[in-house]
Design a protein around this ligand. Structure first.
Ligand code: SF4
Ligand code: SF4
Length: 150
């Protein structure tokens, strides 16, 4: 399956990938101003820029073949689509117990406690776009969306 891969040598730590991830998952996916000024329940970014100068790179869910988060989830909210391989969290079913966070070896899930507690993670923008927003908007080509053998 196609996944997002970081090229850390091109990442300048601008965090635009985080910004556009928020926009893409907000109530105003096509309007960055409204997404930040009007969406009172703005989502967390699902991509996380790690930075230890001079190195930075954007981390997100690896959509693992054996997804520990789905095995650990106590409600069945976290699931891997058997056809696409994309791992998503059904926020209606998620009870915010954070078991998936403990199970994920990549630190790719965040706690969203802004309302009903939910585990927040990358969905590859699969509901809205062909290319994830972080990849689409990185100004330096530091994120690639492609299929690899590994
Ligand atoms: S948008 Fe690109 S350059 Fe900027 S932090 Fe994200 S990956 Fe790095
Ligand atoms: S959330 Fe973590 S364990 Fe689950 S598929 Fe993504 S990287 Fe793998």
């Amino acid at each position: 399956m196609k996944k997002v891969y970081a090229k850390e040598e091109y990442c300048v730590g601008c965090r635009l990938c985080e910004v556009h991830c928020v926009v893409a998952h907000s109530k105003y996916p096509n309007d960055i101003i409204k997404a930040f000024k009007k969406d009172t329940n703005r989502p967390l970014p699902r991509v996380i820029v790690e930075e230890e100068r001079p190195v930075s790179f954007a981390l997100q869910c690896r959509h693992c073949d054996y997804a520990y988060c789905t095995k650990a989830c106590i409600t069945g909210a976290m699931r891997k689509d058997p056809v696409t391989g994309i791992v998503t969290n059904d926020e209606e079913r998620c009870v915010g117990c954070w078991t998936c966070i403990l199970a994920c070896p990549f630190g790719a899930i965040k706690r969203d406690e802004s309302g009903h507690k939910v585990a927040s993670k990358c969905d590859l923008c699969s509901q809205t776009a062909l290319t994830p927003a972080c990849v689409e908007h990185c100004p330096n080509g530091a994120l690639l969306f492609e299929e690899r053998d590994n």
